[in-house]
Design a protein around this ligand. Structure first.
Ligand SMILES: Cc1ncc(COP(=O)(O)O)c(C=O)c1O
Length: 427
């Protein structure tokens, strides 16, 4: 007997990739359609005025939803069947109590920071961090008296301990935001060690800082931060989850209490995902695991080629970490593999990096990552250009650094493309 919310068959727990095909969708509610239809509507009809009143009371939290009662559909900025099914499915990957989806990764990050902070609070973040997040914290939210304190991700939890001491002088710490591995240098931070530090922070109102991990680079296939101690897990769904470089989206997963607070802000800020995008992301979820695995296998071959190349200096790829490296143990503890996005430096500076990028014939010169096609870009002048130069040097975003997101092309073709592009700098 089919059950649309099934997570087990007998005692056997179903895998997230299997549940992406069915979970949360009841065909009986849609004329038996095998696939969840698109609900391309901005608003929903109430059976009666009293029902409309109840639905608004439930949505606003003024009245608790009675057991066995559906909270009801109101308006697509608050809820929509496709959005709700997508949120249920996204929560499964990280074994989260709840999840919400947003219009972009930045919408997920900004809505989360706003919902959990108030003026005078401090947000701690690990550097490097995505350039948009850096600008949000250091330029946009600083206008609202929200302080930002950064620490170098290569210093890991020791860096966080120093940042906590600095932050305490400025105000209460609302949250810690980090990417591990980071974009673009793939440095690892020990999530459990960070959580333990935050649990020990004493704040005037007793609330502990919330640990938020942006898992866009490795998740959800190669890393699940909530199981490692994070409170919230954020994705830019624009990347691997959407996976085809044709949508913008974001999500945040975690406990019901935290997600419902962030959802309240999202519904008013209007940072929700639109139903058509949600439908496309649901389609992408069906192939997420095989896409991430195949592109990761291709990336491993590309790394092997770059390792042998005389003009390549350093490759920031955690799969190359060896015992004895301080990051090795964290990588082994937190990740089940490497995604297909990594960076490498070449001999030379910006001129040589640009020469290689301009010479690529198949890989496309574009920012973003995690799509079916291979993309290359220059972090120092593109995704991380808003980070001041001195800080860029400190965190390894040098002018000779190139980032690649390996796609689903045959790895031999990507290698041939890189080989001829690298040849141009020795000419
Ligand atoms: C790690 C990471 N987080 C967040 C974002 C922002 O996502 P979006 O472009 O969907 O707003 C990006 C975008 O490149 C990213 O790389």
């Amino acid at each position: 007997m089919n059950n649309y919310n099934k997570k087990h068959i007998g005692k056997h727990a179903l895998s997230p990739e299997s549940m992406m095909l069915h979970y949360g969708y009841d065909p009986k509610l849609s004329q038996g359609a095998v696939k969840c239809p698109q609900f391309q509507t901005s608003t929903f009809v109430f059976d009666s005025a009293a029902q409309g009143k109840d639905f608004f009371n439930y949505a606003s939290g003024r009245v608790e939803v009675p057991a066995g009662v559906e909270p009801g559909l109101i308006y697509s900025r608050f809820n929509n069947p496709v959005l709700e099914i997508l949120e249920g499915r996204m929560a499964l990957w990280d074994d989260a109590e709840d999840c919400l989806v947003t219009a972009s990764g930045m919408a997920a990050i900004s809505t989360t920071v706003l919902a959990l902070s108030k003026p005078g609070d401090v947000v701690i973040y690990a550097e490097p961090i995505y350039g948009g997040t850096d600008t949000l914290l250091n330029t946009v939210l600083s206008q609202y008296n929200l302080h930002a304190v950064g620490f170098n991700s290569s210093a890991g939890d020791k860096g966080l301990a120093v940042a906590i001491a600095e932050a305490k002088k400025l105000g209460p710490i609302s949250l810690v935001l980090m990417e591990t591995p980071d974009n673009p240098t793939n440095q690892m931070i020990d999530i459990a060690a960070c959580k333990a530090l935050l649990e020990a922070v004493d704040q005037p109102e007793g609330e502990k800082p919330v640990l938020v991990v942006d898992n866009t680079m490795y998740g959800p296939i190669f890393q699940q931060p909530l199981s490692l101690g994070a409170d919230l897990c954020i994705y830019s769904l624009t990347k691997y989850v959407g996976g085809h470089s044709d949508i913008l989206g974001g999500s945040c997963s975690g406990s019901k209490a935290l997600i419902s607070k962030i959802r309240g802000f999202r519904n008013i800020l209007g940072t929700n995902m639109d139903p058509n995008t949600a439908w496309l992301v649901m389609r992408s979820l069906e192939t997420l695991k095989i896409r991430m695995q195949a592109s990761a296998d291709g990336a491993e071959k590309v790394v092997e080629f770059l390792l042998q190349h005389p003009l390549v200096e350093k490759i920031y790829y955690p799969g190359l970490l060896r015992e004895g490296d301080p990051q090795y143990a964290t990588f082994k503890k937190q990740c089940s593999g490497c995604s297909s996005t990594f960076s490498f430096t070449i001999q030379g500076a910006e001129k040589e990096a640009f020469k290689v990028l301009d010479a690529m014939q198949m890989a496309m010169l574009a920012v973003s990552l995690g799509g079916t096609e291979t993309l290359v870009q220059h972090p120092a002048s593109m995704t991380h250009s808003s980070v001041p130069e001195a800080r860029r040097q400190e965190i390894g975003i040098t002018d000779n650094l190139i980032r690649i997101s390996v796609g689903l092309e045959n790895p031999a073709d990507i290698i041939a493309d890189l080989a001829q592009a690298l040849d141009t700098i020795s000419k």
